[in-house]
Ligand binder design. Structure first.
Ligand SMILES: *Cc1c(COP(=O)(O)O)cnc(C)c1O
Length: 431
């Protein structure tokens, strides 16, 4: 498969080049030039297959000779070495738990595969790749942990000072080695803008061998198809399958739409957001109106300018009606989200983190619009990652996995900067 840019002003490149570059040189996002398709019997055969096997079938369909099937299988088996349980709650609702990886959030899938692809393809020992990542919370931990100690790479994590949870902060500020945490005095949008400015600065880009591991990277997006496919092939019964995706930058949603186009038996998606509702408003009005992000209890989704929406719109030729046929949306305020966490706890004994609770609310809206569907809610984070929010809402804590308490006890290392490129520049070039 060759990749092209959503903006159409960059040369077509192979998968390997697209993954190593992150962003396309015209500022667009890489997308596949053509769409492979797996027929119904191929999906049937994947039922009960391992995640690595499902990954070879789905990711492999988009890859060229950048990587052979056996190497891809081995890489995926090492990267995705944790399960994806599906928990039924009612006849028409279940939860797909994506938080059993090392940082207890779904971003482990993409980040761990991407780190291994990059380390395999970047062979220059003298000049390590500098992975620059802006995070609203979970990306930083997943990327830092995924690359920590990986040869020929280093990671710079930009995060909004004071706006990520203690657990999230511990996951990227306590590693040291080839991981540098940078606390930006500003919002997530400032962090994202800073990263974009750094990439746009050709001198800096070359000097630091900058690359991206944000969800704009195709190398992070494609592995996320795996759990959609895994959920879809396990779904039985006549009800059409819909998937509700708690959404921020909509990389997760974009991956779902890609695997649907590959032929996975998923009929519809629902993008559930917190009050940062750019996507539901776009779906409703057809206008893409970017706003500054607002802090909420589901902070990994506090995104005012969802970068992957460009990819989603490109996939549908910027035809709003076509997008609406596949994707619905709704937005939910913090009070409603806390209520949902209590409902899940009381009615099902299910302790959900606030992002998953947003997804649960979205699923209710979806079932109101499409009563015959079976909805699977993607559970994007372990409740213990948002222990304070869970405790405040439920009056009791979520059990804390041991790896989390170990990270919490380590000393924090971060450099503080103002949200201007000149402050960041020396941190990228001098290590
Ligand atoms: C990143 C994240 C999201 C949002 O995912 P996008 O791909 O940015 O839409 C949702 N929940 C959690 C816990 C996350 O870390």
């Amino acid at each position: 498969m060759m990749c092209v840019s959503t903006r159409g002003r960059a040369p077509r490149v192979n998968f390997r080049t697209a993954v190593l570059a992150g962003l396309a040189p015209d500022g667009g996002l890489y997308v596949p030039e053509s769409w492979p398709r797996l027929e119904a019997d191929a999906w049937h055969r994947l039922r009960g297959a391992s995640l690595a096997e499902i990954g070879v079938a789905t990711m492999g369909a988009f890859m060229d000779d950048s990587l052979d099937g056996a190497s891809l299988r081995a890489l995926l088996a090492e990267a995705i070495n944790f399960p994806v349980p599906i928990v039924p709650l009612t006849n028409d609702l279940s939860v797909v738990e994506l938080f059993h990886g090392p940082t207890f959030a779904f971003k482990d899938f993409g980040a761990r595969v991407l780190a291994r692809l990059m380390s395999r393809w970047h062979t220059d020992d003298a000049h390590p790749l500098t992975v620059l990542v802006a995070t609203s919370g979970d990306t930083g931990g997943a990327v830092a942990q995924a690359f920590h100690g990986v040869p020929r790479t280093r990671v710079v994590v930009l995060y909004p000072h004071g706006r990520v949870s203690a657990v999230q902060e511990a996951q990227f500020t306590t590693l040291g080695g080839n991981v540098r945490a940078v606390a930006v005095e500003g919002s997530f949008d400032d962090c994202q803008r800073l990263a974009k400015e750094a990439f746009a600065d050709a001198g800096l880009r070359d000097a630091a061998h900058l690359t991206s591991a944000n969800s704009i990277s195709l190398g992070r997006l494609l592995p996320q198809m795996v759990y959609y496919a895994c959920a879809a092939v396990q779904h039985c019964g006549p009800a059409p399958l819909a998937i509700c995706v708690p959404s921020g930058n909509v990389g997760n949603l974009a991956a779902g739409l890609m695997v649907q186009r590959l032929g996975a038996p998923i009929v519809r998606f629902h993008a559930a957001t917190n009050v940062n509702d750019t996507v539901p408003r776009y779906l409703e009005t057809g206008h893409l109106e970017v706003r500054p992000s607002v802090a909420t209890i589901s902070n990994a989704m506090d995104v005012g300018n969802p970068s992957n929406l460009e990819r989603v719109r490109w996939m549908f030729g910027d035809d709003l009606q076509a997008v609406r046929q596949r994707v619905g949306g709704s937005a939910h305020g913090d009070a409603e989200v806390r209520d949902a966490m209590r409902t899940l706890d009381h009615a099902f004994g299910y302790v959900a983190d606030p992002h998953t609770a947003v997804g649960y609310l979205g699923a209710q809206v979806h079932l109101g619009r499409h009563p015959g569907d079976h909805v699977m809610v993607l559970s994007t984070a372990h409740p213990a990652k948002f222990g304070d929010v869970v405790h405040a809402a439920l009056g009791h804590a979520a059990p804390v996995p041991e790896a989390l308490s170990v990270a919490m006890a380590r000393p924090r290392l971060a450099t503080h900067v103002m949200p201007v490129l000149d402050d960041l520049r020396p941190l990228l070039t001098r290590w």
